[in-house]
Design a protein. Structure first.
Length: 183
């Protein structure tokens, strides 16, 4: 696992719609925190079925690389074709979702909301956003897609489409591969 800064983070894949397990090393005995559904990640290295990914915050882990959903193409260039939408409405929805979640957290902390009511109030609430300078990746739950924005427009980057043939068992990749130099 790496906490090194991630300059130039460029997502190449997203985590499948149901999330996925992750490991500290390409070894099934070393699990770590699971990855959230549709999280943008950068595939840095492959070792057989294993893939080493890095997140926007620099955190890295090993995953079953076969299950990652490839991003269809690089984000559009600023001088590329017009995007699909004005980013302001999607940003307003993201702000509202975050405000709703924060309000529920504050009420839970104040004791005016119990754990069950907190779960009910936040059930189905989804938000995802990565901002890196002028670039933004935003999850739009109304459309079920990740969009890329450059401040002027949004363009679809990845969707919630079903990934066929994926193993939902939560198990590690089937082939263990020794690190370079140990083969």
């Amino acid at each position: 696992m790496s906490k090194a800064p991630s300059p130039g983070f460029q997502p190449t894949h997203v985590v499948p719609p149901r999330g996925m397990p992750a490991w500290e090393a390409p070894d099934p005995a070393r699990p770590t925190l699971p990855l959230d559904p549709l999280l943008p990640v950068e595939l840095v290295e492959r070792r057989g079925d294993w893939g080493y990914i890095r997140c926007a915050n620099g955190w890295g882990a090993w995953v079953d690389g076969r299950r990652l959903v490839a991003v269809p193409e690089d984000p559009p260039a600023a001088d590329g074709p017009a995007g699909t939408a004005d980013p302001r409405p999607a940003l307003a929805r993201a702000e509202q979702a975050l405000a709703d979640y924060r309000s529920a957290v504050e009420e839970l902390a104040a004791g005016t909301l119990d754990g069950e009511d907190f779960q009910d109030r936040t059930r189905g609430l989804r938000i995802g956003i990565v901002v890196d300078g002028e670039s933004m990746w935003l999850y739009d739950p109304e459309e079920g897609r990740w969009v890329y924005g450059d401040g002027r427009r949004l363009t679809t980057y990845a969707t919630d489409r079903e990934v066929t043939g994926e193993d939902d068992s939560g198990h590690a990749p089937t082939r263990l591969v020794a690190p370079e130099g140990e083969r």
